[in-house]
Write a new protein. Structure first.
Length: 207
């Protein structure tokens, strides 16, 4: 138990216990009052009956959140690391493109990826989630909740990029967002209408 992150937080609280013991506030349960004794960890449960438990709990909660945040979030890369990674990525992508073009000499160079490609990807994802592109004779598979999330992502993109797009980019995003929202409205209205027209179940006792 002593090697878990929570006991590191308890050790930080032990400093408050030592200060209290130095000011003649000794715990009532254990007979010994050694300030640096390793049994200070279990005493953290006892101070709940003391007059100031809230003061001791707040640092524990804050320290626990900080410790968890440090574990979950890795350090951000430095500018030099990001530059080196970008250079390596570009070189690797160029080698892949050279291999593909060597096998397909007639294929031209692909256009550079721009903002319109991002909008197109989100648009296609939303429309496929709403059943577009289903082959004839097959029942469309609709992921209405996934479509809503994709459309909301497009809304976030429009909000966060407001004022930073060219006129053509802004017009493209606004038009595509209007179309997917309209398709979502039509689909949800159809689903709602089908639910209303469905025959109600027979009352109990009658068949």
């Amino acid at each position: 138990m002593s090697d878990t992150p929570k006991f590191e937080v308890i050790d930080r609280r032990k400093m408050k216990l030592e200060e209290e013991q130095g000011s003649a506030q000794t715990p009532a349960a254990p007979p010994e009052s050694k300030p640096t004794e390793p049994a200070a960890g279990p005493r953290l449960v006892v101070p709940e009956s003391k007059p100031q438990p809230a003061e001791e709990r707040v640092p524990l909660a804050v320290a626990t959140e900080e410790a968890e945040g440090e574990i979950e979030l890795p350090p951000a890369p430095t500018a030099e690391e990001s530059l080196q990674q970008k250079s390596a990525y570009d070189a690797s992508a160029q080698r892949l493109e050279d291999l593909v073009r060597a096998q397909n000499p007639a294929m031209g160079a692909p256009p550079p990826v721009g903002f319109e490609h991002l909008v197109q990807q989100l648009y296609l994802s939303a429309m496929i989630q709403m059943g577009a592109g289903t082959q004839e004779g097959q029942r469309p598979r609709v992921d209405i909740l996934g479509a809503r999330q994709t459309i909301d992502l497009m809304g976030v993109l429009a909000e966060k990029t407001k004022g930073n797009l060219t006129e053509a980019e802004s017009r493209t995003l606004d038009t595509v967002l209007f179309e997917v929202r309209m398709a979502f409205l039509e689909l949800t209205n159809m689903i709602t209408l089908q639910g209303v027209q469905a025959p109600p179940p027979p009352p109990p006792g009658k068949r």
